[in-house]
Design a protein around this ligand. Structure first.
Ligand SMILES: C[S@@+](CC[C@H](N)C(=O)[O-])C[C@H]1O[C@@H](n2cnc3c(N)ncnc32)[C@H](O)[C@@H]1O
Length: 230
């Protein structure tokens, strides 16, 4: 299975390789995937659905003019760089793999969005599930993080989102891949009730739509869903 149209030709092989690393090493398998350049998900640009989300009318998502944003499982940081470029926010990309964070910093330093602007952006190597920042976030953005973690960790994902988003803040999800009951992963198949079940009742869904622009193999498998913390 593939995660994007711009996938490398040996995509299926790479997915299997990453699964093998994770089967052998647990979560440390992600760092091995970065070491081996087995990055089947790495499509080289920010998500168009994120661009759409950050241009929404304030009647849908009313972000404060300044604030803090978090991107867990940020990978090479395309989306974190975009957020820090688009908003005057302190933006943190975090990834379990130190190698991912080095690659993300290199991308931030060399990409047009990063190098032409002084971004308030940093990359933290660490485990989302044990992350305890001093301040909470105005929004957290999840794309291909929920699908990367074993389904048994989803309740912990929900608990951590509840801890880390400020009251009145937002969780922006690009729910993907919506593959029904396809077994196996990562990427594990997701569905919208799975997010809601672990977030609990302290959230209001303020948007749930197919993004305006979905390309390649993401077509039919992605929704932009935004929750507001009550
Ligand atoms: C499928 S990749 C997606 C990367 C990025 N969101 C993108 O779309 O390019 C999942 C990323 O999550 C990271 N990751 C996995 N478990 C994590 C954890 N517990 N805490 C933080 N990052 C984690 C992996 O190292 C990997 O870079």
């Amino acid at each position: 299975m593939v995660m994007d149209a711009l996938a490398k030709p040996n995509e299926n092989e790479t997915v299997l390789k990453v699964r093998q690393f994770i089967a052998e090493r647990g979560a440390d398998g992600w760092d091995k995937a970065w070491e081996e350049d087995a990055l089947f998900w790495d499509n080289g640009y920010e998500q168009k659905a994120l661009v759409e989300a950050l241009e929404l009318d304030s009647s849908v998502m009313n972000l404060p003019p300044k604030g803090r944003a978090l991107v867990p499982g940020c990978g090479r940081g395309y989306d974190a760089v975009y957020i820090a470029h688009k908003l005057p926010y302190t933006t943190i990309g975090m990834d379990l793999s130190p190698k991912a964070c080095v690659a993300a910093q290199q991308y931030a330093d060399s990409s047009p969005l990063g190098k032409q602007n002084k971004l308030d952006l940093s990359f933290v190597a660490g485990d989302f599930f044990t992350y305890n920042p001093e301040e909470k976030f105005d929004f957290i953005y999840d794309y291909t993080f929920f699908c990367a973690i074993p389904p048994a960790l989803r309740p912990d994902w929900g608990k951590k989102m509840n801890e880390l988003v400020k009251p009145g803040g937002y969780l922006i999800t690009l729910a993907f891949p919506l593959d029904g009951d396809r077994p196996g992963g990562p990427p594990y198949s997701v569905n919208l009730p799975a997010y809601v079940a672990v977030l609990g009742s302290d959230w209001e869904k303020v948007l749930d739509k197919i993004p305006n622009e979905v390309i390649g193999t993401s077509v039919g498998r992605m929704r932009l869903v935004i929750y507001k913390k009550l």
